[in-house]
Design a protein around this ligand. Structure first.
Ligand code: FAD
Ligand code: NAP
Length: 333
């Protein structure tokens, strides 16, 4: 049997939300425990330049996250390399079980599990994952030196991935299902003026084409959204950049969710429908999904956890929803 570790505040996740919550909770003398998960540092560790983190005109994503970790550790957070596989929120103390065998108990929990890449859901995409199909240009772009690649998506991630891939690839085709991008204008400007980039508007990808022996991508079959006309685009790498889904696995059967799986919180708060459980960052934010907003919510989560713990009443029925339950449920519709 593994160890049991108790804390006043358990923070699950090590992105900007988790580390910021850790800094504030530590400085409130709550001696938080933070469990990092399988992606220490979160989503920013798979990008390169971050140009909108205040105080840094430009900083590498992985470097920024190392600094956040060091900050959290320096103010007293216990940072643990583990992944939470289950979470029992039915009674207090709350109980989380880690892959390591450790059981974590806590008087309050801050959920900061963020989001993960979405996939198109095609059988051929699944077949070639790791053999030409990727959701991370920073991780895999290097393999496509001098080759043609395709990126699908129209948001900031897709445009950044496409631009990053021009460092290696001979040609980058960006396929988007509409005739305009939702990415920031400054990124669009860089994309449009890059001679290696070609855009295929109003298309979706319906199949990844490839060889069996060796297994590898040779192109994608794209369909025009209105005419249905098929265009085959040759490529050795296919990068899916169609957004991210909230990592709600631990709580999807226990907490209210809305807008495609984001955890519902009380307005202007990180409080969830269970007293003592707070949610911050991309797990709960379907609108902004930025490092700085996630960090801000991490701060709110820690301050609210501190207030909650200070107001603790022995014997309270913690499984009952908070008074704003109806209001939150209404927001979910
Ligand atoms: P995340 O960063 O998603 O971190 C989630 C954490 O939870 C991870 O550490 C993970 O290991 C952990 N976790 C998940 N499940 C478990 C579990 N069961 N047990 C334990 N831990 C768990 N935003 C910007 O502001 N500027 C940018 O330039 C920018 N660039 C981006 C580039 C890319 C390629 C991507 C994908 C995103 C970018 N973003 C950017 C968005 C930004 O990264 C996110 O908004 C931000 O990281 C969200 O922070 P978070 O703390 O909510 O979660
Ligand atoms: P996003 O903004 O949600 O964009 C997803 C894109 O994929 C959209 O263009 C969408 O098309 C398209 N798409 C979705 N499902 C699709 C499907 N099944 N088939 C084809 N196309 C599909 O996601 P993101 O770009 O990953 O960004 C996520 C968040 O992180 C955003 O808030 C973003 O601002 C932030 N971020 C910020 C930066 C930065 O600040 N530099 C960098 C990266 C990410 P439609 O446009 O038609 O909906």
């Amino acid at each position: 049997m593994g160890d049991t570790k108790h804390s006043k505040v358990l923070i699950i996740g090590s992105g900007p939300a988790g580390y910021t919550a850790a800094v504030y909770a530590s400085r409130a003398m709550l001696e938080p425990v933070l469990v990092q998960g399988i992606q220490p540092g979160g989503q920013l560790t798979i990008t390169t330049e971050v140009e909108n983190w205040p105080g840094d005109t430009e900083v590498q994503g992985p470097e920024l996250m190392v600094r956040m970790e060091e900050h959290a550790r320096a103010v007293g957070t216990e940072i643990i390399s583990d992944h939470i596989q289950s979470l029992d929120l039915s009674h207090r103390p709350f109980t989380a079980k880690g892959d390591s065998g450790t059981t974590y108990t806590a008087d309050a929990v801050i959920l900061a599990t963020g989001a993960q890449a979405k996939w198109l859901g095609l059988p051929s995409e699944e077949k070639f994952k790791g053999f030409g199909v990727s959701a991370c240009a920073t991780c895999d772009g290097f393999f496509y030196r001098g080759q043609e690649v395709v990126v699908i998506g129209g948001g900031n991630t897709a445009v950044e991935e496409a631009l990053f891939l021009t460092n290696f690839a001979s040609k980058v085709t960006l396929i988007h299902r509409r005739d305009s991008l939702r990415a920031e204008k400054i990124l669009q400007h860089r994309l449009f003026k890059n001679p290696k980039v070609e855009l295929l508007w109003d298309h979706t990808v319906e199949e990844v084409i490839g060889g069996e022996n060796p297994l590898g991508v040779e192109g994608v079959r794209a369909r025009h959204v209105e005419t249905g006309a098929i265009t085959e685009v040759p490529c050795k790498g296919f990068f899916v950049a169609i957004g991210h889904a909230p990592a709600n696995e631990l709580v999807k059967d226990r907490l209210e969710l809305h807008n495609g799986g984001y955890v519902v919180t009380k307005p202007d708060s990180t409080a969830t429908s269970i007293p003592g459980v707070f949610a911050a960052g991309d797990l709960t934010d379907h609108i902004y999904r930025q490092a700085v907003t996630s960090a801000g919510m991490g701060c709110m989560g820690a301050l609210e956890a501190e207030k909650f713990l200070a107001e603790q009443v022995e014997g309270e029925d913690v499984s009952a929803p908070l008074g704003y339950g109806a209001e939150v449920a209404g927001a979910a519709e």
